[in-house]
Design a protein around this ligand. Sequence first.
Ligand code: GAL
Length: 341
Amino acid sequence: MKHLKLLALTLTAVSLVAQSSRSRPETGAAELEKAVLKPGEIWPDDRGLHVQAHGGGIIKLGDTFYWFGEDRSQGLDRAKRYVSCYSSKDLAHWNFRNRVIQLADPENFGPGWVLERPKVFHNAKTKKFVMYMHIDGRTAEGSYKIARVGVAISDTVDGDYQYLRSFRPLGHESRDIGQFIDDDGAAYLIFEDRPFGFRIARLSDDYLSVEKEMSLIPAHMEGGAIVHYQGLYYVIGSALTGWAPNPNKYATAPSLEGPWSEFRDIAPPETKTYGSQSTMLVKIVGTKKTTVIFMGDIWRPGTQWDSRYLWMPLEIGDGKLWLPEPKPWTLDLTTGEAVPQ
Ligand code: GAL
């Protein structure tokens, strides 16, 4: 009897251990915890640390998503700027891969130089990974006056990216940048040219430069993102209010060259996009449904390491786009269906 009790106790202990190791699953494990996305909450990575990928961008290689963004962890070298890379198979469990950029001021931009909104493109021809980022800093005229893009390159998705250079795309000012990869694989940059508006431009064959302007949308917006959904292009962006949230808006066009519609609200304007700012639109094509996810940042300018993420499936179609009130939800990557929890 005593032996039986001991055995039962041992078995319970073993199963508790098994459960706790399941609570931090490796991606791809058969028994993934339910993949619930919780807008606005702390998103712990596989190390238990809040994901540091602010103002980010996402690419998918095979069945794996890679998320790059500003790493604003506490305690980093204040003279350097950092970009981190995470991977996931379900968009909910994120594994930290590498701090792919740990860069000291590369071109004498000066103290307070800025590296924001990194986006990585995978070039199938050259097999290189090319990162674009907003490079800026203070000049005699004030802050954020350099207005360039920086380019860095790596042989592997989560390798140490080598900074190559910075420039003004097609000669224009460029602040917030967004990335868009069309269904045919063509890669585009959306950049904010302060005097004029949003520009959408195609990258060169090797992705190392910006080659051809598709559109200038004369709206003073930033945080630009695009999705191609059921034959229409939808562009979203925010107003120019710095870290403070504002009512984000969208417009549509039959082609990247336009003509673009008027901009309309994506959410009740009084919610200021539920406190978030657009950074990316990701399209998930499933067997039953295509879901488009709005990815936004909830900035906390005084404590940037604690900035949060607001990701929600959009109501989209027939030229309309709407961000529902944020709630926890799950995504079925096979069917493409998003289910509120
Ligand atoms: C926001 C922009 C951020 C950052 C911030 C600085 O409008 O989207 O990426 O540049 O301004 O105030």
